[in-house]
Design a protein around this ligand. Structure first.
Ligand SMILES: Nc1ncnc2c1ncn2[C@@H]1O[C@H](COP(=O)(O)OP(=O)(O)OP(=O)(O)O)[C@@H](O)[C@H]1O
Length: 272
């Protein structure tokens, strides 16, 4: 666990450019993420959120630029147990129970005994611990994946759209969990295309078309744009940049999952 004595930002990114195939998917992106806070990465589908997260955890190919996590180069061995990542597609075994999945991941990660039960409770799956994952709903499966990302209490937790497919009550519960984790010193980077979730973050990175268009806090975002809701704020920022009107991120309530086109990339995906 991060002891909080290192004042450097948890994540430092400068001049990050990513090419996927012939496309420049991230274009000269730079930002810093403070420790012990929830930073939201928000933007419309396809703007590059997943690519950015994959870069931060060191599993993205075609990356140029400077990326440091907890002071180490992104993806370095020393970060293996300190940084966790839950992809959009739940990375779990269907034919095992929730508990068996997490016991397996706990062994692989060398997480302490008892951690399995702790994370199952944290994500609210206590009543489903003995059920096979194939019998769970999509949102419950995603929470198994989230639980795996919390094993071993990593210092930095990167979560790609963790609230997709959840009902409003569960969404609120998960955001409360993120806040609790941050209060104990964990740094969270959480992506969403639902702009309402912006208000639950400490910091915000708004993205559009491979660029960061705002690096701000929820209060500053609303004040700066003179708006009362984050969706309007996003549109206001796009307008000030002279861009074409964007389809507001929140307009999409459902959301397809990506598969890495490159099998090498796909094989690198996992909960950690
Ligand atoms: N394997 C790939 N090869 C080439 N281009 C890709 C590949 N994967 C994604 N892209 C493109 O990169 C861009 C960014 O994709 P990315 O998945 O990072 O966006 P996103 O903001 O996470 O979207 P979503 O919210 O829908 O998950 C998109 O335009 C997408 O079409």
């Amino acid at each position: 666990m991060d002891d909080g004595t290192d004042a450097r930002p948890a994540i430092q990114v400068a001049g990050l450019t990513v090419r996927r195939g012939r496309r420049t998917v991230l274009d000269d992106v730079g930002f810093e993420i403070p420790r012990g806070q929830v930073t939201g990465l928000l933007g419309p589908s396809g703007c590059g959120k997943s690519t950015l997260m994959r870069s931060v955890v060191g599993v993205q190919g075609g990356v140029a630029g400077e990326l440091r996590v907890l002071g180490e180069p992104a993806g370095s061995k020393r970060l293996r147990r300190r940084v966790s990542y839950a992809t959009q597609a739940a990375s779990v075994y269907d034919d095992l129970t929730v508990q068996q999945n997490l016991r397996y991941f706990a062994r692989v990660l060398g997480a302490p005994g008892g951690d399995t039960e702790r994370v199952i409770e944290l994500v609210g799956l206590g009543d489903h611990a003995k059920r096979r994952v194939e019998a769970l709903s999509g949102g419950q499966r995603n929470r198994v994946s989230l639980a795996a990302a919390l094993l071993g209490s990593p210092d930095v937790v990167v979560l790609d759209e963790p609230t997709v497919g959840l009902d409003p009550v569960l969404r609120v519960e998960l955001w409360d969990l993120f806040r609790e984790l941050a209060a104990t010193g964990t740094t969270l980077l959480v992506s969403s295309h639902v702009m309402d979730e912006a208000l639950r973050c400490d910091r915000l990175l708004l993205m559009r078309e491979g660029r960061i268009i705002a690096d701000t806090s929820p209060a500053d975002l609303l004040e700066r744009t003179g708006t009362t809701d984050p969706e309007a704020a996003f549109l206001a920022i796009v307008a000030t940049q002279g861009g074409a009107p964007a389809r507001p991120p929140a307009a999409a309530s459902h959301h397809g999952r990506h598969e890495a086109a490159d099998p090498a990339e796909a094989s690198k995906e996992g909960t950690r």
